[in-house]
Design a protein around this ligand. Structure first.
Ligand code: BG6
Length: 486
């Protein structure tokens, strides 16, 4: 028997000439092509405003994209066959008539993936125009890039509008952190190892820290970033998603809804912040001039296109509680910032101290810590106490370390490649469901509102530091320290 022909797929990228396409989406699709993960019948259609021909678009892509591809993976012949898959449609996505032209460029029988990598303000218009033009089939999929809204009301509006044209099973809300190898590995660490589960709860855990620190500043993105700030840009999505995976109950299976049901419960158990707790438990910072990677850098207010009186936060630290049986009284300490001392994303599980030490008070005993580093390197370390060599019974801290990158020769795909392949294969587990997104905004909204009402400015911190000193004070209340201070 001859095998069934592979289904034809048209992958449309709205915003096909934009930054995200050039830096992430097209390089990820090239890698999938290079490793023969795309069927022969997959075509990629870039959609943009620029009145280019296909040849001009290919020239543009060929000029812009390769620097974002790992040099060792760049192969001339593979790149040429990748470009053969690409097409371009020049159109104004706000104009309903333009979709007739788009229709002509698509294959009637092909399944469609509609990737909306445009400004979110265009999402609902694009969906409505696609629908009016009869371009949405029952099996087609839409991918929505963050930010999905700027608060609960706007997120609800986008969700409701998109739901008029797509069923929930067709909607892929991207959070690229969920595509990272190490983030996916967190589930395996927690649920594939019997040793952790009995201890993964109060009172055996004293605190959990989640840090996502970047050394970059706002760069050329002030137009977007100044209206968003770190809470919306990083906490509402990436940090809360990490928190969910660390804190959720074991799902009954890896099916998308089973996993998403558990994450939703975590979001719904987050202790709501009121005006007082926002004062007590949140810290906002904004970087001032300093040094980053040894180079002098300007402060946020001096960056291009940032208003000189901007109060946008580039750093946030939060002290959060999850009100359920597993996590009663365990502080979760979250922080993220730009222009921090080093680029580092990590989760630190600090275990409770021993109730009684046979070694006596004179021997300093550090708590055991599990350090899960997500980037730049991918590793897991467990801090233990061991005997210091020599006579007597002196204790010293030691570490068990696992380098996850070095532990396998297999290629580790980038987050976007992994997530794009999930969309193509129809796997929703690593995408946010509508109720999850809205639950995250429900928790974030009161913080945004209280910051606005309180009207105080974010604290300045020098570029190249670990944020304002109030961030250390925030955790000191629980007699804790941020990990790099410990
Ligand atoms: C994006 C934010 O979602 O994540 C950026 O909009 C941030 O501001 C980026 O720099 C960080 O992603 P990563 O994968 O480099 O940690």
């Amino acid at each position: 028997m001859t095998p069934a022909p592979e289904p034809a797929l048209d992958l449309l990228i709205f915003g096909g000439a934009g930054d995200l396409s050039l830096r992430k989406l097209l390089p990820a699709l090239y890698m999938a092509h290079l490793h023969e993960r795309l069927s022969a019948a997959t075509r990629i259609v870039g959609i943009g405003r620029q009145a280019w021909s296909r040849t001009e678009y290919l020239q543009f892509v060929a000029g812009q994209c390769p620097p974002f591809i790992e040099p060792s993976a760049f192969s001339g012949p593979a790149w040429a066959t990748f470009l053969d898959r690409l097409d371009y449609v020049a159109m104004d996505v706000g104009q309903p008539e333009a979709y007739e032209k788009l229709k002509l460029a698509l294959r009637v029988q092909a399944q469609r993936v509609l990737y909306l990598a445009t400004a979110p303000s265009l999402f609902t218009k694009i969906c409505a125009n696609l629908s009016d033009a009869g371009l949405i089939g029952a099996e087609d999929r839409v991918v929505l890039e963050k930010p999905l809204g700027t608060d609960l009301a706007s997120a609800r509006l986008i969700n409701a509008e998109v739901a008029r044209h797509f069923q929930e099973r067709q909607i892929y809300r991207i959070d690229h952190y969920l595509g990272k190898e190490t983030v996916q590995n967190l589930m395996v660490l927690r649920f594939g190892n019997a040793v952790f589960e009995p201890l993964w709860r109060a009172p055996y855990i004293k605190s959990i820290q989640i840090t996502v620190a970047e050394t970059v500043g706002v760069g050329s993105r002030a137009g977007f970033y100044d209206g968003a700030g770190a809470l919306r840009d990083m906490v509402q999505n990436h940090l809360l998603q990490l928190l969910c995976i660390v804190a959720m109950e074991p799902p009954i299976s890896l099916d998308a809804d089973d996993v998403r049901d558990e994450k939703l419960k975590v979001l719904r158990s987050l202790r709501k912040m009121d005006a007082d707790s926002v004062k007590q438990d949140t810290v906002r910072g904004q970087y001032s001039a300093g040094a980053s990677d040894g180079q002098a850098v300007v402060g946020y207010l001096q960056e291009a296109n940032v208003p000189p009186d901007s109060r946008t936060e580039t750093f946030v630290a939060l002290r959060v509680h999850i009100d359920n049986a597993r996590w009663a009284n365990v502080p979760f300490l979250l922080r993220t910032g730009k222009r921090m001392q080093s680029r580092r994303s990590e989760i630190i599980i600090e275990f409770a101290e021993q109730p009684f030490s046979i070694f006596g008070k004179t021997h300093s005993q550090q708590p055991n810590r599990l350090i899960i580093r997500l980037q730049p390197e991918e590793s897991i370390h467990l801090g233990l106490m061991a005997k210091e060599p020599g006579s007597g019974m002196l204790l010293q801290p030691v570490e068990l370390g696992l380098d996850l990158q070095g532990s396998s020769d297999k290629r580790r795909a980038e987050a976007y490649e992994r997530l794009l392949m999930d969309v193509i294969k129809g796997r929703l587990t690593h995408f946010m469901r509508r109720d999850e997104l809205e639950a995250a905004w429900t928790w974030i909204d009161p913080i945004l509102q209280a910051w606005q009402t309180q009207g105080d400015k974010p604290r300045h911190y020098p570029a190249g530091s670990w944020g304002p000193s109030t961030s250390s004070a925030l955790v000191a209340r629980d007699k804790l320290q941020w990990f790099e201070d410990a």
